[in-house]
Design a binder for this molecule. Sequence first.
Ligand SMILES: NC(=O)c1ccc[n+]([C@@H]2O[C@H](COP(=O)([O-])OP(=O)(O)OC[C@H]3O[C@@H](n4cnc5c(N)ncnc54)[C@H](O)[C@@H]3O)[C@@H](O)[C@H]2O)c1
Ligand SMILES: O=P(O)(O)OC[C@H](O)CO
Length: 313
Amino acid sequence: MSIAVLGAGAFGSALAVALATRGPVTLWGRSTGWGRENPRLPGVTLPDAVTVTGDLPQATRADTLLLALPAQKLGAFLADHAAHLDGKTLVSTAKGIDLTRLTGPSRLIASACPAATVAVLTGPSFAADIARGLPTALTLACADPGRGKALQHALSTPVLRLYRSSDVTGAELGGALKNVIAIAAGTVMGAGLGDSARAAIITRGFAEMTRLSARLGARPETLTGLSGLGDLMLTCSSVQSRNFRFGHAIGSGSDFDSGTTVEGAATARAVTRLAAELDEELPIAAMVARLAQGAVSVENAMEHLMNRPLKEE
Ligand SMILES: NC(=O)c1ccc[n+]([C@@H]2O[C@H](COP(=O)([O-])OP(=O)(O)OC[C@H]3O[C@@H](n4cnc5c(N)ncnc54)[C@H](O)[C@@H]3O)[C@@H](O)[C@H]2O)c1
Ligand SMILES: O=P(O)(O)OC[C@H](O)CO
């Protein structure tokens, strides 16, 4: 299997570093003038086995392409480059729901590249941890069991352990939705509301994740696996998380660099629209969407969530 990573941000670069321990990897990016150390992944020198290129036709000669672009950029990228991508094995690593089409990456890929094999690589993993070779376990989801097994073996390393799933919908929803709840958890901590409040928001957020995912056809056990609960735990508890830090800035009224990729902000809006279409109530996600747009104060958001009608758990 020949492998290229498309998207030379923090995660694409980290995956290239990890997979280069197994053999040659091509890393494609729009701008690659930074040489062997990507500013999005500071302190990491790309090994010789990684070929960095800005030439997409060259990169897409590989049969397996890992798509490491932000979710809101993926649709346009696929539309622009479908001729180079269709027919390949395309593995999405994006954790978000497209705001215009209200679908996850797998359906975006399938509609732009109908002859491609689609897979999703997701789960608890900070780019910096993967690049440093720290032990990490992820989910590799592919509807085709044979192809899924081949990918699982080709993309695992002694420190990057992949579990296989055929539930593509569940795997990608877990990764997208946990980012929304991480913003909520960060907001709680930034506002100084305490660890108990964070536990409550994570737990009730997870209930929203499982409810929406079930409506969209995900298997419940996928949500309790690495791609759902596992990633939720990581992202809601670490300042390494950009979604958590974004929420923390909202809660504490601090500035936040708008150039940072924060998938949960747009995904909260997408989820709110999706929930309305499905007549499903997701109060935390809805509040995150409003907080992220500055449409409600933290105080009013918390008051609203705490004073909803009392209900059964
Ligand atoms: N960073 C992590 O720890 C991590 C871990 C797991 C999954 N992810 C997921 O990976 C995805 C990418 O995140 P990241 O951390 O690499 O973000 P990043 O901000 O570090 O990098 C994004 C990259 O995408 C490129 N890009 C944006 N639009 C593009 C386009 N139209 N064409 C080509 N390139 C384009 C940018 O130039 C940039 O290099 C996100 O969905 C994220 O949730 C990230
Ligand atoms: O930095 P974040 O919040 O985008 O999280 C990165 C990964 O998704 C964690 O698994």
